[in-house]
Design a protein around this ligand. Structure first.
Ligand code: MN
Length: 302
């Protein structure tokens, strides 16, 4: 199974009041081209679609138009979108039943009644004309204390780990053909490189990788903006990073990840770089007298 892993689009983000629609639109156009070329079985978007929980109408239209273009670029592709801490989980789900008709599954929150938790909602089968090719377990951003208690025996501080493992166990039961399993999550894993991470919304609660449970072939993470494999995971857990820099600290290349998965094998990861039409540049790099700094700005031509 081949997946395209992306996250943290932060659509609608403005930088010091500068509108970034042109950059965001350019990214979405590049993404549609990458999808057309790569023809992945699935595209997973691991949270923070929007920057603000109440995005502007124009931003939502940009997203809707782009998702339709991306769907048309590879009509058989399964798309899975989860809510990040920046998204409104309920607003993201408003038109989720409509999106189903375009192969797009939206998971904004955990659905529960007094009696039970709807685990089915998080389990998505990836299919092509030949049948099922794998599974995606879609978990949106949820604060650790807000994960549901699945049984009375689980200590309260282990409910997050219990939830992930319950989903993985459920998929294991269904996955009799031994197909690859992708787990999506939007959170901070202990030991990851946080450069450029926006800490203005949502606390930084680090979870050890072990909390994510056992039984996935690839953990498609969102939330941390610097692309990286989780140390010690042997490429089985990765942040794909932001496709566009959200802050001036994000000086690394930006990309989306292409991941080839085979059950029992190490994931094969490559990246497709996203070109920013309006690059973020810091001038000067070191403390410089004001006049010299102005001169540097004048001389900067790109
Ligand atoms: Mn986030």
């Amino acid at each position: 199974m081949k997946i395209l892993h992306t996250s943290d689009w932060h659509l609608g983000h403005t930088l010091y009041n500068y509108d970034r629609t042109a950059e965001q639109q350019a990214f979405l156009r590049q993404l549609a081209c990458i999808v057309a070329e790569e023809q992945p079985d699935a595209m997973v978007v691991s949270g923070d679609i929007y920057h603000y929980s109440a995005p502007a109408a124009a931003t939502q239209k940009m997203y809707t138009d782009a998702m339709l273009d991306i769907h048309q670029a590879c009509p058989g592709m399964t798309i899975v979108v989860t809510a990040g801490n920046h998204d409104s989980s309920s607003k993201l789900e408003i038109d989720s039943s409509l999106w189903q008709h375009f192969g797009l599954n939206v998971v904004g929150n955990i659905e529960r009644t007094a009696e039970e938790v709807n685990l089915d909602k998080h389990i998505i089968e990836v299919k092509n004309e030949k049948g099922t090719t794998g599974y995606v377990i879609a978990v949106p951003h949820v604060y650790p204390q807000n994960f549901p208690l699945l049984d009375s025996e689980t200590p309260r501080d282990q409910r997050q780990a219990r939830f992930f493992q319950a989903l993985l166990d459920e998929v294991k039961k269904r996955n009799t053909a031994q197909l690859p399993v992708v787990l999506m999550a939007h959170l901070s894993i202990e030991g990851s490189d946080r450069s450029g991470h926006d800490e203005s919304i949502g606390g930084i609660e680090y979870v050890p990788l072990s909390v994510m449970g056992e039984g996935y072939d690839y953990l498609a993470l969102g939330h941390i903006h610097c692309p990286q494999d989780i140390k010690g995971s042997h490429h089985h857990a990765r942040y794909c990073g932001t496709p566009l820099p959200v802050s001036f600290d994000e000086t690394y290349p930006h990309s989306v990840s292409i991941v080839k998965l085979e059950k029992g094998a190490e994931p094969q990861i490559s990246t497709r770089e996203i070109e920013n039409t309006i690059p973020l540049v810091t001038l000067p790099h070191d403390p410089t007298p004001f006049e010299d700094a102005l001169k540097l700005l004048e001389e900067y031509s790109e």
